[in-house]
Design a protein around this ligand. Structure first.
Ligand SMILES: Cc1ncc(COP(=O)(O)O)c(C=O)c1O
Length: 412
C-alpha cells in the first residue's frame, strides 16, 4: 500500500452545493448537548410531540407480520393512494383517480428532489420564491438547471415578476416552484392567485410544483387552499403533501405527490431506479392517520397556536417587530437593527453560545432572508418562555459589552 492518501474527488455538481447551514447550527447544538448543556431548540421544524397513538399501534401491528418485510409496492399501496384521493375530494373538491395521479414518496423532500431530476437538466430554468426552503433551490441545482429567484412580495408583484421573467428569457422558464403556506415566511396564497398561476402556466408554457407541507398547520380558523383547486391545474402541475407536520411523523418519511399524470409518471420512472418505496407498515399506518386522526391534528395545531402566541407576545414585549403567522410551524421575525448588523448567522451563533437557544438564521434561506430569524414552534410553552428569558439576558449582555467597547463575536 502506498503512503500517499488516495485521491477522493467529488463530482462537479458538488461545487454548487454550499455547506448546509442548518447542519452547521445543528452540529453546534449537538456538541453543547453532549457537554450536558440544555439547548432550547427553536431551530428546526422537527416536531417533538408524538405521532397519534393509533398510528404507532398500527405500525407495530403490521411491522411484526413478515409479509410487510418484503419490498413494498413502489409508488405506494393502492389503499393509501385511494385514501389520498378521497382526502382531496372531501377537502378540496378535487377528483383524482387515486392511481396515475397520486404517488407516495419517502417524505416530500425526496419527492421534490427526484421530480426535479425527472423534469430538469442543463439549460432549463426554474423560478423559485425567495427566500426559500433550501431544497426548492437545490433540487433544481442538483439536476443541473439554472435557478432564478422571485422575491416573495404581494401576489400582484409576485405574478408580475414571473410574467416579466418569462417574457425576457429565451427559452422561458420550464418550471415555477411554489410553497404555500410558505416556509420560512408564513406567506399565504389565495385561490385567485393559484388560478392566475395556472392561467400564466398555460399561456407561457411552464410547469408548476406547489409544496403543500403545511396544508393542515393553520391558525385562527384559516384554511389553506390547495393549488389543485384551481381550474386547469391538473394540466400544468402537481402538489406535494407530507405526513411529517400534520401527524408528527417527520422521522417516518412519508409524503405524496398528486396532480398532473405525466409529471407523476416521470417521478415514478426515476424513483424506480433509486428506491423501492416506503416500508409497508408505515404506509398502512399512514392510512390510519388520514382516516382517523383529524382530531389529533386539531389538538396539535391548537398547541402550536398557543406556542405561537407566547412567542409573539414575548418578542413584542422585547420590542421586536412581529407579524403573527396564520399557518406553518414558524415565526419569521426581523432581527432588531442593533444586532442585525452582525448578520443573521452570527446572531444565531450568539444566541446559541450566550443563551443556549438554537434559532435558524434567515440567511440559511438565501440572501433575501438576511436580517431575519426563523423560530420553530416545536418546544413547549414553558421552554419557549425560558428561551425568551435567556435571549433577553444574552441581548442585554451584548448591549453592555457594546457600550463598554468589549464586545467580540462568539465563534462557532
Ligand atoms: C416547506 C417544506 N417542504 C418540505 C419539508 C420536508 O418535508 P418531509 O418531511 O415530508 O420531507 C419541509 C420540512 O421542514 C418543509 O418545511
Amino acid at each position: 500500500m502506498s503512503d500517499k492518501p488516495h485521491k477522493i474527488k467529488y463530482a462537479e455538481r458538488m461545487q454548487h452545493l454550499p455547506p448546509y447551514l442548518f447542519g452547521m447550527i445543528n452540529k453546534i447544538k449537538m456538541e453543547k448537548r453532549w457537554q450536558g448543556e440544555d439547548v432550547i431548540d427553536l431551530g428546526m421544524g422537527n416536531p417533538i410531540d408524538p405521532a397519534p397513538q393509533q398510528v404507532t399501534e398500527k405500525l407495530c401491528q403490521v411491522a411484526i407480520d413478515p409479509k410487510s418485510h418484503r419490498y413494498p409496492e413502489a409508488g405506494g399501496m393502492k389503499n393509501l393512494k385511494r385514501e389520498i384521493g378521497l382526502y382531496y375530494r372531501e377537502n378540496y373538491g378535487v377528483e383524482l383517480n387515486g392511481a396515475d395521479d397520486v404517488i407516495c414518496t419517502i417524505g416530500s423532500k425526496e419527492g421534490i428532489s427526484h421530480l426535479c431530476l425527472a423534469l430538469l437538466g442543463p439549460g432549463d430554468t426554474v423560478l423559485v420564491p425567495a427566500p426559500a426552503f433550501p431544497i426548492h433551490v437545490y433540487a433544481a441545482v442538483i439536476a443541473g438547471a439554472n435557478v432564478l429567484r422571485v422575491s416573495l412580495s404581494s401576489e400582484e408583484q409576485f405574478l408580475k415578476q414571473i410574467h416579466t421573467m418569462c417574457r425576457s428569457l429565451c427559452p422561458g422558464p420550464k418550471l415555477v416552484m411554489l410553497n404555500y403556506p410558505h416556509n420560512p415566511t408564513g406567506t399565504l396564497a389565495t385561490r385567485e392567485f393559484f388560478q392566475e398561476i395556472v392561467k400564466m402556466a398555460r399561456q407561457l408554457d411552464f410547469m408548476v410544483i406547489n409544496d403543500f407541507a403545511y396544508s393542515r398547520v393553520t391558525y385562527d380558523g384559516y384554511v389553506a387552499p390547495s393549488f389543485l383547486e384551481a381550474e386547469g391545474s391538473l394540466e400544468v402541475g402537481v402538489e406535494f403533501g407530507s405526513f411529517s407536520k400534520s401527524y408528527n411523523m417527520a422521522g417516518w418519511r412519508l409524503g405524496y405527490c398528486v396532480g398532473n399524470q405525466k409529471m407523476i409518471q416521470g417521478l415514478a420512472q426515476i424513483k424506480g431506479y433509486y428506491d423501492y418505496g416506503i416500508f409497508s407498515a408505515i404506509q398502512v399506518a399512514g392510512i390510519v392517520a388520514m382516516r382517523d386522526c383529524d382530531d389529533t391534528i386539531s389538538e396539535q395545531v391548537a398547541l402550536y397556536q398557543k406556542r405561537r402566541d407566547v412567542l409573539c407576545e414575548g418578542l413584542t414585549r422585547m420590542g421586536w417587530e412581529v407579524e403573527i403567522p396564520k399557518a406553518g410551524m414558524f415565526l419569521w421575525v426581523k432581527i432588531p437593527r442593533l444586532y442585525s448588523q452582525m448578520g443573521s448567522v452570527q446572531f444565531a451563533i450568539e444566541m446559541m453560545e450566550r443563551a443556549n437557544v438554537a434559532v435558524a438564521p434567515g440567511a440559511g434561506f438565501g440572501q433575501e432572508g438576511e436580517g431575519y430569524l426563523r423560530l420553530a414552534l416545536v418546544e413547549n410553552e414553558n421552554r419557549i418562555r425560558q428561551a425568551l428569558k435567556q435571549m433577553r439576558r444574552a441581548m442585554a449582555e451584548i448591549d453592555r459589552e457594546m457600550a463598554a467597547g468589549t464586545f467580540s463575536l462568539a465563534t462557532a
